[in-house]
Design a protein around this ligand. Structure first.
Ligand code: GLU
Length: 486
């Protein structure tokens, strides 16, 4: 899908908002994949011409995110390149010349309408838009008013008749009647270009061949295509990505937002997700491999499999359960030492001295979805949970409080003399079950509930005994026996 076999050049052009929305990260990923799958170039450009929305530190957030996720860029802030600067506010002087060129060629015009006039238009017509008041002003009058220093903007002169089409690689042919398009502002009164203008000029000057972005731009792209035509520039390929949706508690699907959960990359990391798990999951939100059902992909594997024709145009739903699954797979794949290194600071904070933290970490490694879950999973270790007699009645293992009390008092002396190792303890309890005729499951249940005081634990009875140590385990069993007797 290249014209004249040229090198593919894509870009990621975020506005610095202070956080990286998951939808933006997906755009970055797909844009990167499109370039890298074809040995092309990937550019990072910061679109900050809306000076009122300046957020300090926001550019760093973008650069950090790309660094953490491995989406390296060949040109951009901090890296440089022959098309810089890559921050639009630093390119301010570039755009005016191009806007004036369009005025000269009859594709744009000076507009001197005051904010008050535009406001009263707006009040009268609602969002009907600009009435093209200055569109037919004579060149002489415009020159005079410019010379007098009147504030002005430059607007695009959209043809009044006909229609404009372009071909989108995902959505197909998109056509808009020219009469449905506004004479949009290209250059603002403060001399800054609008997004609508700046990105077209920059994409052209930077040699971008493929514009990858969210589908919210699908229907404004005809206006951009007209700008390319007006300049006599070759239009780029357009790849608009499907909408990202979230499912609310009521089951309703709407545009993915905070109401559905964490939606920024930074919030997801803070919630305990691994960067590569997030990236892997979002790769599949709108794209899937053509010839298999593979789900776990390294970035390199994605690069090998990616192709634009496998991007779907139907909206994708961001499913937090699915993300949990991806994250647990990535956590399981961590080397044990790396898992422990990440989990231990949390465990040290929560757990008392007597706990065998390395053993606990090993138990958690295969069981957690996110690092943030850990504290909830080990709550029973530090703070003894309240006694709950109902826990001793378990249907599956056929236990009653009475049976549990008998088991606990029988195994108490055996445990006191045992070697404190999971497999030894496990064999001991199994032998006791066989000898006493109590089901092994019931024995394990009684011990587990006595030491943990909860039914769901990261590990079975004897694993917990090992983690808690002999003294603490026996003390908990004693206390359980006492409570059961009462
Ligand atoms: N700055 C725009 C945004 O963040 C970029 C759109 C585009 O990629 O052209 O939505």
């Amino acid at each position: 899908m290249t014209k004249h076999n040229q090198e593919i050049v894509t870009r990621f052009a975020p506005s610095p908002t202070g956080f990286m929305h998951i939808g933006n990260l997906r755009t970055a990923l797909y844009s990167w994949l499109l370039a890298k799958s074809q040995r092309g170039r990937f550019i990072l450009r910061i679109e900050d011409t809306d000076q009122e929305r300046f957020v300090p530190g926001a550019v760093e957030v973008i650069m950090d995110t790309l660094k953490i996720t491995g989406l390296t860029y060949d040109e951009g802030p901090g890296v440089g390149g022959e098309h810089g600067p890559y921050i639009q506010s630093e390119r301010k002087n570039i755009y005016r010349k191009y806007a004036e060129q369009l005025v000269a060629s009859g594709h744009a015009y000076y507009c001197f309408c005051t904010p008050e006039r535009l406001q009263s238009l707006h009040d009268a017509n609602g969002i009907g838009g600009y009435d093209r008041h200055c569109r037919n002003m004579s060149a002489g009058e415009a020159a005079q008013r410019l010379a007098a220093g009147e504030p002005y903007v430059i607007r695009q002169k959209i043809p009044l008749e006909g229609e404009t089409s372009y071909y989108d690689e995902v959505f197909g042919k998109i056509t808009l009647a020219n009469s449905d398009m506004q004479d949009q502002i290209l250059l603002k009164a403060d001399g800054f270009p609008t997004y609508n203008f700046a990105h077209v000029v920059d994409d052209h000057l930077m040699g971008v061949t493929h514009v990858v972005r969210g589908s919210e731009y699908l229907t404004s792209t005809p206006k951009y295509a007209l700008l390319y035509d007006a300049f006599g520039w070759e239009r780029p390929y357009y790849v608009h990505l499907p909408l990202l949706m979230g499912r609310g508690e009521d089951g309703k699907v709407s545009k993915l937002s905070k109401r559905h959960g964490a939606v920024s990359f930074q919030d997801l990391l803070a919630a305990g997700y691994l960067p590569q798990a997030v990236l892997n999951y979002i790769a599949l939100l709108g794209w899937c491999p053509k010839d298999n059902n593979q789900e776990i992909f390294t970035l390199e594997e994605l690069q090998q499999s990616f192709s634009v024709d496998a991007i779907s145009k139907s909206p994708s739903i961001f499913d937090y359960d699915k993300l949990n699954w991806f994250n647990s797979e990535y956590i399981k794949a961590l080397p044990p030492a790396e898992f422990a290194e990440r989990a231990l600071p949390q465990l040290k904070e929560i757990c008392p001295d007597y706990v065998a933290l390395d053993k606990l970490a090993a138990l958690l490694h295969t069981r957690v979805n996110t690092f943030a879950e850990i504290s909830g999973m080990v709550d029973f270790i530090a703070a003894k949970l309240p006694f709950d007699a109902a826990l001793y009645t378990n249907k599956k293992n056929k236990t009653t409080p009475e049976l549990c009390a008998k088991v606990l008092s029988d195994v108490r002396p055996l445990l006191a003399a045992a070697e404190w190792q999971n497999d030894k303890l496990f064999a001991l309890l199994k032998d006791y079950a066989a000898a006493s005729g109590v089901k092994a499951g019931a024995v394990m249940w009684a011990v587990r509930v006595a030491v943990a005081r909860k039914g769901v634990t990261p590990g079975g009875a004897t694993e917990l005994l090992e983690v808690l140590g002999r003294e603490e385990s026996l003390a908990r069993i004693d206390q359980a026996l006492q409570e059961l007797a009462e």
